[in-house]
Design a protein around this ligand. Structure first.
Ligand SMILES: Cc1cc2nc3c(=O)[nH]c(=O)nc-3n(C[C@H](O)[C@H](O)[C@H](O)COP(=O)(O)OP(=O)(O)OC[C@H]3O[C@@H](n4cnc5c(N)ncnc54)[C@H](O)[C@@H]3O)c2cc1C
Length: 464
């Protein structure tokens, strides 16, 4: 939109003093800025990128609509309430209903992930003994889930087969991570809570479902009508002052009760003063900016691990795909000999993302399984994706090599000690007035979680 594009080339910071400054125009920063603005604050958002949205990025290539970062989001209660209050829910649309069908590549074939208890009984994803072990969950004694990895927690409660066949691939899809390293309390806080309270996760879930009240999210997955990039841009357009793009915060220091913020762009450098600052940059950058003001907080932020992700987009003639494709796509469990983490059938989720008669296939590579993926050449990445897809869905003809997107620090990897680290981080910053953190490393790595963290950061600054 012109208002945003126009701010890229200059230092659009006319005021030396603002009520609030937000570092980062990803969803977390945009949510924080809009919430602060709604309470009457004059807000400036600063981001070095050429467009708002952070890792959200939609491009058009050869008639295909490509997501470089996230493909869909979930509408959890905070984002639902926020958008509904502003009549903005129509900016989002659900993926096609058939795309609820998801697959796992296991032992050389695609197996559907069951969507119901009856489906589980019939599914070939788990052996009979695996299913029986899963059903024994309510009789498993209470453990110490706060100290366990996801793999340990799920194997203890539901059996090792559930880890291999279901939870591992599911976490690959969200974290590109390793279930043996991700921490149960960070990744499945509600399930851990159920065990601690009820002694059983299935019993706890049942009780939770019966007693649930208040706001709910919407089922399914969503995107903007023209992709997530335009959705992020629509959020940015709601700001009275367009984000200062092409502009980076380079230093933060205390300034009486508030903050002195040094910013730089191609147009020069300047200083701003604000009583409130939301740090909505990724953990490493947030840590760098806090190094002088709070070295311990900086150290904790600096140590949060991230996994790299590479997204490889391919276009194929529908007629050349030998196995008819349907659903959301498939995920690849650890240990299977396919060189990708999974593939999203984007043209099945959102049919207008590909020209007529074509399929848009988006493969994810890298993660903790192949940390060097971002350093591989485009050629190698396309070859790996094509080789994998040819095995799984039989990709004949001449698939179009559309684009590669590299995210060397793509997704935070909350380990066993993550909740304790975040608690310590919050303790370190408790007495630091006028500063709040937002981002996907705090409490959930999805777009909706980051958005919620931005809203929470704004509330934290407004409530004092
Ligand atoms: C490849 C990939 C696929 C994903 N898929 C999904 C998905 O399908 N669904 C889902 O829900 N989630 C997905 N995620 C996760 C989700 O996209 C992110 O968690 C979320 O978008 C992060 O938003 P954020 O605002 O916290 O951070 P970011 O989007 O990283 O934004 C941070 C911003 O801070 C800016 N910044 C950095 N340093 C400075 C500085 N010094 N000064 C000013 N600004 C600065 C950056 O330029 C950036 O714009 C995916 C992530 C990746 C990488």
């Amino acid at each position: 939109m012109p208002a945003v594009a126009a701010s890229a080339a200059r230092l659009p910071l006319s005021a030396a003093r603002v009520d609030a400054l937000v570092v980062g125009a990803g969803v977390a920063g945009l949510a924080a800025a809009l919430e602060l603005q709604a309470e009457g604050c004059e807000v400036v958002v600063v981001d070095p990128s050429d467009r708002p949205g952070g890792v959200i990025r939609t491009d058009h290539v050869a008639g295909f609509v490509l997501e470089r970062g996230p493909n869909t989001l979930q509408i959890k209660p905070p984002i639902r309430a926020f958008l509904a209050a502003r009549a903005l829910l129509e900016l989002l649309r659900p993926a096609a209903p058939e795309s609820r069908l998801r697959y796992v590549w296991r032992d050389g074939r695609l197996l559907a992930v069951p969507g119901s208890v009856a489906g589980f009984a019939a599914s070939r994803l788990l052996s009979l003994s695996g299913k029986l072990r899963m059903l024994a969950e309510p009789f498993v004694g209470r453990g110490q889930p706060e100290q366990e990895s996801v793999a340990e927690f799920v194997a203890r409660r539901l059996g090792a087969e559930v880890v291999e066949a279901l939870v591992g691939p599911f976490l690959t899809g969200i974290y590109a991570g390793d279930e043996a390293e991700l921490g149960a309390a960070a990744v499945f806080p509600a399930l851990v809570e159920h065990e601690l309270r009820s002694g059983s996760i299935t019993g706890g879930m049942l009780r939770g479902a019966l007693h649930r009240g208040g706001a709910r999210g919407l089922p399914g997955t969503f995107s903007g009508s023209a992709g997530l990039g335009p959705f992020a841009r629509s959020l940015a357009d709601l700001l009275h002052e367009p984000p200062a793009l092409g502009t980076r915060v380079v230093a933060l220091s205390r300034d009486g009760d508030g903050w002195r913020v040094a910013v730089e762009s191609a147009g020069g450098s300047t200083e701003l003063h604000a009583p409130r600052v939301v740090l909505a940059a990724p953990a490493l950058e947030a840590g760098r900016l806090l190094a002088a003001a709070n070295p311990r907080a900086a150290e904790i932020l600096d140590a949060i691990p991230y996994a790299p992700v590479v997204s490889v987009a391919l276009g194929a003639e529908r007629a050349a795909v030998r196995v008819p494709i349907e659903g959301f796509g498939f995920l690849v469990p650890r240990g299977e000999d396919l060189p990708i983490l999974g593939c999203l059938y984007m043209s099945r989720q959102f049919p207008d993302r590909a020209p007529q008669g074509r399929e848009l296939l988006q493969c994810m590579l890298g993660g903790t399984r192949w940390p060097a993926a971002p350093q591989a050449t485009d050629e190698e990445l396309f070859e790996r994706a094509l080789q994998a897809l040819d095995r799984v869905i039989g990709l004949g003809g001449e698939p179009k090599r559309l684009a590669v997107a590299r995210w060397p620090r793509g997704i935070p990897q909350p380990g066993r000690d993550h909740p304790a680290r975040i608690r310590e981080l919050r303790t370190c910053l408790r007495d630091v007035n006028g500063l709040a953190l937002a981002g996907s490393y705090l409490a959930g790595v999805g777009v909706a979680d980051s958005f919620a963290s931005g809203l929470a950061a704004a509330r934290q600054l407004l409530d004092v």
